[in-house]
Design a protein around this ligand. Structure first.
Ligand SMILES: [Zn+2]
Length: 262
């Protein structure tokens, strides 16, 4: 499971008695996309796995906001029943990733400008607190995790791997919250990160990434120095930069669902 995946939010999906995926991300969360649900390739995809695949497609900007998620097509793509697809879609709707429209079906959510502003406001309130807590609890293992993530981001940029860049950008913020060691903060950050991914793919240029190349590195440097004031200031600037890069653009192109998942 990736750090930026949605399994965190699924904890709240109480109505669906599915098996909870492993809550701890692997040490190399950014590359550790190996499932932790104990799935074997031979059997049918679980609800968790299908939800994860759809989420990953959204996070990597392969599925744009507003894309119709047809039950029949998804059932065929994942070789499963429509009932299971409905369960997946209901869960993703609960996580605000998918919008269920009566008589019309399921669509990748399209957060409004106002919702987008709410997400950034929430992040500006939460993330400085995350950094303060992280600095208070920082140890060598956490330093190493941060350093490894920075290196993964740099590597993705060197390879110009846009999907990885987008994913790792979001995962950086979730990693900070997880390392800070407050599970409620981490869960909130996971949800906000996914919503931010949707907002960016909706309101930003398709090739843009959510986070500037050097800003994560600067934040980590301040954290490593134990300079909470500087780290918080850098984070607020960072969030401002992301928000300022957004612009309204409602156009949604037709997407070939089969090719996204092929
Ligand atoms: Zn960032």
């Amino acid at each position: 499971m990736t750090l930026c995946s949605l399994e965190g939010a699924s904890i709240e999906s109480a109505p669906m008695p599915t098996k909870a995926p492993a809550r701890k991300t692997s040490a190399n969360g950014a590359t550790g996309a190996t499932g932790t649900t104990g799935a074997t390739p031979a059997r049918e995809h679980s609800v968790d796995e299908i939800a994860e695949k759809i989420s990953a497609a959204i996070l990597e900007h392969r599925l744009a906001p507003g894309t119709k998620l047809g039950e029949d097509r998804l059932a065929t793509i994942f070789a499963t029943s429509r009932a299971k697809v409905r369960e997946v879609l209901a869960r993703l709707a609960h996580e605000q990733i998918v919008e269920l429209v009566p008589q019309r079906g399921a669509f990748v959510a399209k957060p409004t400008i106002e919702q987008a502003q709410d997400v950034f406001e929430a992040r500006r309130l939460i993330e400085p607190g995350v950094l303060r807590r992280l600095i208070r609890t920082l140890d060598d293992a956490k330093r190493e995790r941060l350093q490894r993530h920075i290196e993964l981001e740099a590597d993705a940029r060197r390879r110009d791997d846009k999907r990885a860049i987008v994913r790792l950008s979001g995962e950086f913020h979730v990693l900070l919250a997880e390392l800070a060691g407050n599970s409620a903060l981490a869960r909130s950050m996971r949800e906000l990160s996914v919503l931010t991914c949707l907002i960016i793919s909706l309101y930003d240029a398709p090739t843009a990434t959510s986070c500037r190349a050097d800003e994560h590195e600067e934040i980590v440097a301040a954290v490593n120095r134990g300079d909470a004031a500087r780290a918080e200031k850098l984070m607020l600037h960072h969030l401002d930069h992301i928000e300022q890069s957004l612009k309204l653009d409602d156009s949604v192109e037709e997407v070939d669902l089969e090719s996204v998942f092929s």
